[in-house]
Write a protein that binds this ligand. Structure first.
Ligand code: C5P
Ligand code: MG
Length: 163
């Protein structure tokens, strides 16, 4: 038998001048970036929550409290690696990752492959199991007014059982 599980993740951060806009570890040149305790990488935070969700281990704040100084300015790939290790410790392997970044500006499509490759390398998947989608917010609401950005992620994990 094969045991499949799915996890869902979402994150958002405010955008502010003089900060770094970083998605899956890829720095996107722009006049604003994420205001956050860590590097604010919303895409990796959403993937982390999706991984934790798939194994019913709560959320990112439980594992990496933003009051804990060891996570201040932390590179978010550490969160993903830790969540993936928890998934693997339960006997699952990651099957695929699908994501959406909602950002009004700048256009991200020229960075699509770089972001995708970076995410695929981080989670140890071939490229054809990793997808990144981009959406504007049609200039409406905090994302559309460029005051924040959001990311969503869905993962599927798989485990072979003897049943
Ligand atoms: O939000 P909207 O549907 O208008 O986006 C159209 C396309 O523009 C998306 O499918 C995506 O390929 C691209 N896009 C982008 N960077 C963004 C937002 C959207 O490249 N920040
Ligand atoms: Mg549209």
């Amino acid at each position: 038998m094969t045991d499949y599980r799915t996890g869902l993740g979402w994150d958002n951060h405010r955008l502010a001048p003089g900060r770094v806009l970083i998605l899956a570890g890829v720095v996107i040149p722009h006049e604003t970036g994420f205001e956050a305790h860590s590097d604010g990488d919303i895409l990796l935070h959403a993937v982390t929550d999706a991984l934790l969700g798939a194994v019913a281990l709560g959320d990112i704040g439980m594992h990496f409290p933003d009051t804990d100084p060891q996570w201040k300015g932390a590179s978010s790939d550490r969160f993903v690696r830790h969540a993936l290790a928890l998934v693997q410790a339960k006997g699952y392997r990651l099957s695929n990752v699908d994501t959406t970044v909602v950002l009004q500006r700048p256009k991200l499509k020229d960075f699509r492959e770089t972001i995708r490759v970076s995410l695929a390398e981080l989670v140890g998947l071939p490229l054809d199991r990793v997808n990144v989608k981009f959406k504007t917010a049609e200039k409406v609401g905090p994302v559309g007014e460029e005051r924040s950005a959001e990311a969503q992620a869905v993962v599927t994990i798989v485990r072979d059982t003897n049943e």
